[in-house]
Design a protein around this ligand. Structure first.
Ligand code: ADP
Ligand code: MG
Length: 688
């Protein structure tokens, strides 16, 4: 099938160099790009709604005669205009208005307008509707289609989008771009029909169905978009596997030596996943594997087993963590496990400076350090490895895809390192199919034996005093507790302040307790000292910000209080809660919420209360908050679909995979065209 010659948007009427530039900045270069710039929603200007039939909250076109236009001096000065038609009355309210405007709205004048009606005590009202005065008898000139509202950017108005898209539709009718999914045996509208429908739905189109994203035209395009997205990930995978990786033979002796030091046996699930990874590593095709395992399932040991296989073959391993606290904890675990086997560790974070940093870089470059652990500082350009064979990323959703890939460029000459991604955010199958199609997936679906499920309760923050007493009682009986402060603001400074204030108040209320404080603004050495004191039991209560969200492991801590849990995502709360329930003690988590809770907020917290299963919780989070929140912000760029949405289009995913795999093995020009059509410039990374 031929792919169409591109037609630049500059060939359209009304697109001069400035407009062309604005469109280009927005990622729109060709006429075809305009067609795939789809409306966010629609307005119905195809009919005039009688004033008596205006519905609360619904946008509608109206027409009527002005009966009165007066300035009202209520709470705010406003121009109030009463309009009447045969059926009823409508009050228009303008808070910004000119004298000329008031002049023009003389009683007796007919106007036509459009706006969102509110039904109040005095009948229907509209604030700041669009309107125009009808002079003389006008023929009815309502719109012939629903009016699309496009996503937009500065400097391009809706009217301009409509003009551009109308021309693009005319081009569509003339040229009929190839239906790249023709032959996929799809029922329902074809590509041209679907595009026409969505840019200009007929007056009888169901707005409700369009809003639900379930119109056949939307389904047709969503399917294609998801296929395109899948293709771009498959291509990413192919590009990652275009160079060979080192073949790393299993090293059972080393692994046995490590196990000899362990106070426990690996679980069956850990063994299985270690086996899956081991087979990947022994192959010259670079491994691209995601390990999902609920909080506390023991991913670190799995990572250590993988590391041993690489190091045992004379290659270096990089392990990257999203926070210093987590990196530090990995450092401690790996030091305890690997150093007895004679393996040297290097440690690099954003705070590594000066001569010490230089020395570390040298051990890495010389290949002396077999195991290199750090934060995103490992991405820095001057970090060079001698023989990097395996890259491991913990808590992947905190990093972007780009970052992960930039490390794989640090491989030994001509060899691509294997990649292992560890995530504790259980990702619903639907999402992982879409977001991680470039990765194979292993699941650690078993917790180490003897873990106690965490009992979670919801308590209104008005009963905070009772919670403080409960903490006091728990600590008095030898347990340790976390008190987690959350804030909506991303600002470290504000978070730190809130945590400091809380710690202060708790110290006052509980003078007998040894209370520590840890937050993101502290010096790493201080942070480490506090964490160590908590771990050793010297501190019994730890006040913390969400810096302890990932990875922190203190088995004796069995109570956690989370303030304002309604502000966090479920996955994040589940992560936090995973800090308790690590020992043999029965553990508790108190969600100290601020009332009143919204309905959705209550449902979310209840999901957490009712389940300890990260997968169940993630599914609920996806339903209640959408994919962006579940995957974390860094991944949301990937999920910025035009028509497709999840979970609404989940039912398409099986088809998507099947079609994508078939296309992938077919004509590369079609794959190119699909990816370009739907993802445009957003997938530059696909061409690493
Ligand atoms: P996560 O999957 O959340 O990263 P970790 O790797 O931090 O979990 O492991 C959580 C805790 O469980 C650690 O203290 C670890 O030593 C311990 N652990 C790991 N595997 C096992 C096992 N098979 N049996 C008992 N404890 C284990
Ligand atoms: Mg972990």
């Amino acid at each position: 099938m031929a792919v169409l010659e591109p037609v630049p948007v500059s060939q359209l009427r009304g697109v001069g160099p400035r407009m062309a530039q604005r469109l280009a900045d927005y990622g729109i270069h060709q006429v075809e790009d305009l067609l795939f710039h789809l409306p966010l929603r629609y307005q119905d200007r195809t009919r005039i709604t009688p004033l008596a039939a205006l519905q609360d909250g619904v946008e509608a076109a109206f027409e009527g005669e002005v009966r009165l236009a007066d300035i009202s001096f209520g709470r705010r000065r406003s121009l109030v205009v009463r309009v009447q038609d045969g059926s009823g009355m409508l009050t228009l309210r303008f808070f910004h208005f000119s004298a000329a405007q008031k002049q023009a709205l003389k009683p007796g004048v007919r106007i036509r307008g459009f706006g969102q009606a509110r039904r109040g005590a005095n009948g229907a009202e509209m604030a700041h509707p669009e309107y125009r005065v009808l002079d003389g008898p006008t023929p009815i000139d309502v719109e012939e289609t629903l009016t699309p509202i496009y996503p937009t950017t500065e400097g391009i108005g809706q009217a301009q989008w409509r003009k551009l898209c109308t021309q693009a539709l005319a081009w569509l009718e003339r040229t009929a771009p190839p239906d790249l999914l023709a032959g996929a045996g799809l029922k329902g509208p074809g590509l041209v029909e679907a595009l026409r429908y969505l840019h200009a739905p007929p007056p009888d189109a169901s707005l409700a169905r369009l809003l639900d994203s379930q119109h056949p035209a939307q389904l047709r395009l969503a399917l294609e978009e998801l296929v395109a997205h899948q293709l771009s990930l498959l291509r990413l995978r192919a590009s990652q596997q275009s160079d060979p990786a080192p073949t790393l033979q299993p090293r059972p002796k080393l692994w046995q030596q490590l196990q000899a030091h362990l106070p426990f046996q690996p679980t069956t699930a850990q063994e299985r996943v270690i086996g899956e990874i081991g087979r990947d590593l022994a192959s010259a095709v670079p491994m691209l594997r995601l390990v999902q395992g609920d909080v506390g399932s023991g991913k670190t040991l799995v990572a250590a087993a993988a590391a041993l296989q690489a190091i045992g073959n004379g290659f270096q391993v990089a392990l990257m963590a999203p926070t210093e606290i987590l990196a530090e904890q990995h450092r401690r675990n790996f030091a305890a496990w690997l150093e007895p086997l004679g393996i040297e560790l290097a440690w690099l974070t954003g705070r590594s400076r000066g001569r010490q940093r230089q020395a570390t870089l040298e051990t890495i470059a010389a290949g002396r350090a077999g195991m290199v652990i750090g934060t995103h500082a490992l991405f820095q350009e001057d970090v060079r490895f001698q023989r990097l064979g395996l890259v491991m990323v913990d808590e992947q959703h905190k990093f972007g895809v780009h970052q992960r890939l930039s490390l794989t460029d640090k491989g030994a000459a001509g060899l691509r390192p294997h990649q292992l991604v560890l995530t504790a955010t259980p990702i619903p199958r639907t999402l992982s199919m879409v977001a991680y199609a470039d990765l194979d997936c292993s699941v650690i679906d078993e917790l180490p034996p003897g873990r106690q499920p965490v009992t979670t309760v919801l308590i209104d923050s008005q009963r905070r005093d009772q919670v403080v007493e409960r903490v006091a009682a728990a600590c008095a009986s030898g347990r340790q507790a976390y008190w987690v402060c959350t804030l909506i603001e991303e600002s470290d400074a504000l978070q730190a302040q809130a945590a400091e204030a809380t710690a202060e108040a708790l110290r006052e209320a509980l003078p007998d307790l040894a209370i520590g404080l840890v937050h993101g603004r502290m010096k790493p050495a201080d942070k480490e000292a506090v964490m160590a004191a908590f771990k050793s039991g010297e501190l019994t209560l730890l006040v913390a910000t969400t810096v302890i969200e990932v990875g922190v492991d203190v088995p004796n801590a069995s109570l956690m209080v989370i303030e304002n849990p309604e502000r966090l995502g479920l996955a994040q709360l589940h992560q936090l809660r995973g800090r308790v329930g690590r020992g043999s003690e029965a553990s508790h988590c108190v969600l100290l919420y601020q009332s009143p809770l919204s309905r959705n907020g209550r449902q979310r917290l209840q999901a957490l209360r009712d389940s300890n299963d990260g997968f169940y919780i993630a599914e609920r989070d996806l339903e209640l908050r959408g994919p962006g929140e579940v995957l974390g912000t860094r991944q949301t760029g990937l999920m910025a679909f035009r028509v497709a949405s999840l979970p609404e289009h989940e039912h398409l995913l099986d088809r998507v995979q099947e079609i994508a795999e078939r296309l992938q093995s077919g004509d590369p020009a079609i794959v190119d065209a699909m990816i370009r059509r739907w993802t445009g410039e957003r997938t530059q990374f696909a061409r690493v």
